[in-house]
Design a protein around this ligand. Structure first.
Ligand code: 6PG
Length: 470
């Protein structure tokens, strides 16, 4: 019998092609499938040896070429396409075969597909893959969820292709059903938050300290050598250096300030609202992309209102303060995302281990950062930690940087520089760490106009008062 291939992949776009070549680099044979002949041929050419990497446009040739249980990964656009590909595959699959959706699918879609395929004897995985095209080729962070036993078949391949942190693979079985897609969704929410924060700090340095692109490059590059070490800070430093091909200046200055989004950040916020978990640093990052899209209105409004004249700050002092403020707000953003994961785990029965999630985010993914090693340790020390801010090791880190965040937020407010991510992070911190909040008044108001009742500090029970005097 001819040799069968270890791994199948449907969708030979940039991500798919890179992922399959990565699989082949790691000693597994792989077979690709795409409806586009050009993409199939491109993969065969790039793969070099068809005994190792082969591909076909024909779904039957594809499924026949795979060893059983078949391990078939889909890297196709999320939504309807995933369902269509599944339907096309089904007649050619056998009991125990495995389909892995590697896209950013919405978690309830994954639950639906999981239940549908379980009935047909097929194991379904939703596996978030982070790291972009380069990550797919050289080592992504992979977040799989699904049937635990079936994962054993996929495990050796995923562990081989994933990014490594000190030799540890950045992949782990996360939980049943849609656990993997859910974790990837929140990863992206955190990604939105961190990106918003890095852009706000850029704004402060530029407007408040007159930092040139070279100086911005140097500041972010220096930060990337310290406690802010992270993929996003690193690429930000490089962005400031990029020359523009079309003009004399730097490219960053010519890019339209309207940020697009595909929806995963918004899903994170929407779901956090459903769960009742506050993630304001992420919410505002989504809102800021929406505000940025209103470019025309912004231009009109800009002319209607006066803005305070910016009082410049000493460069060195500003760089110090913003470094601390960024570190503080990064911590707050991770804290919010992880809080959401901990709660969702209970709500949806994912049984997530937050330490394992932080561990597989240490390399390969977009939100990889030095901080994640500390976060991993914090959740290892207390796996039921409800919020990172309650970890003794984080109290000191936050305590030492929060004052700088206060100064930068106040500076932004006084000078008309919008810092919503940073101020939301600070407000969240101040509220979350307040034993007493003024929401007793809200309860009184609710009871006043709607007899909604209230509880008391000094005794048990549910109370109602007739507030109106007459
Ligand atoms: C990743 C990214 C990726 C995401 C892009 C675009 O982890 O590699 O999260 O999955 O699709 O970052 O997201 P937006 O278009 O919504 O910004």
């Amino acid at each position: 019998m001819e040799n069968k291939y270890d791994f199948g992949l449907v969708g030979l776009g940039v991500m798919g092609r890179n992922f399959i070549l990565n699989v082949a680099d790691n000693g597994f044979t792989a077979f690709g499938n795409d409806i586009d002949t050009e993409k199939v041929n491109a993969l065969i050419t790039e793969g070099g040896d068809t005994a190792k990497v082969n591909a076909s446009t024909d779904i039957k040739d594809f499924t026949t070429a795979l060893s059983t249980p078949r391990k078939i990964m889909l890297l196709v656009p999320s939504g309807k396409v995933v369902d269509i590909v599944i339907e096309n595959l089904l007649p050619h699959l056998e009991d125990g075969d495995i389909i892995i959706d590697g896209g950013n699918s919405f978690y309830t879609d994954t639950d639906r597909r999981d239940a549908y395929l379980k009935d047909k004897g097929i194991n379904f995985f939703g596996a978030g893959v982070s790291g972009g095209a380069k990550g797919a080729r050289r080592g992504p962070s992979i977040m799989p969820g699904g049937n635990k036993e079936a994962y054993q078949h996929v495990k050796p391949i995923f562990e081989a292709v994933s990014a490594k942190y000190n030799g540890d693979p950045c992949v782990a079985y996360l939980g049943p059903k849609s656990a993997g897609n859910y974790v990837k969704m929140v990863h992206n929410g955190i990604e939105y938050g961190l990106m918003q924060l890095t852009s706000e700090i850029y704004d402060v340095l530029k407007k408040g300290g007159d930092f040139s692109n070279d100086e911005l490059h140097t500041a972010y590059a220096k930060w990337n050598q310290g406690r802010l070490q992270s993929f996003l800070v690193e690429i930000t430093s490089e962005i400031f250096e990029q020359e523009d091909d079309l003009t004399d200046g730097r490219l960053v200055d010519q890019i339209l300030d309207k940020a697009k989004q595909k929806g995963t950040g918004k899903w994170t916020s929407q779901n956090a609202m459903d769960l009742g978990i506050p993630i304001p640093s992420i919410d505002i990052a989504v809102s800021m992309r929406e505000i940025s899209a209103l470019k025309k209105e912004r231009i009109t409004a800009d002319e209607l209102y006066n803005r305070p004249k910016v009082t410049h700050m000493d460069k060195e002092q500003l760089e110090k303060l913003t470094e601390q403020a960024l570190y503080f707000s990064f911590i707050i953003t991770y804290a919010q995302g992880l809080h959401q994961l901990a709660d969702a785990s209970k709500e949806y029965g994912y049984e997530l281990d937050i330490a394992v999630i932080a561990k597989i985010w240490r390399a390969g993914c977009i939100i990889r950062a030095g901080l994640l090693a500390d976060i991993t340790e914090a959740f290892k020390a207390d796996k039921d930690l409800p919020n990172l801010l309650l970890s003794p090791t984080f109290v000191e880190k936050v305590q030492r940087t929060v004052q700088a965040a206060r100064i930068v937020v106040a500076y932004g407010a006084t000078n008309g520089i919008p810092l919503p991510g940073l101020s939301n992070s600070l407000t969240y911190f101040d509220a979350y760490t307040s034993a007493r909040l003024p929401l007793n008044l809200i309860q009184a108001q609710r009871d006043y106009f709607g007899s909604h009742t209230y509880e008391r500090l000094d005794r048990e029970g549910i109370f109602h008062t007739e507030w109106e005097k007459s």
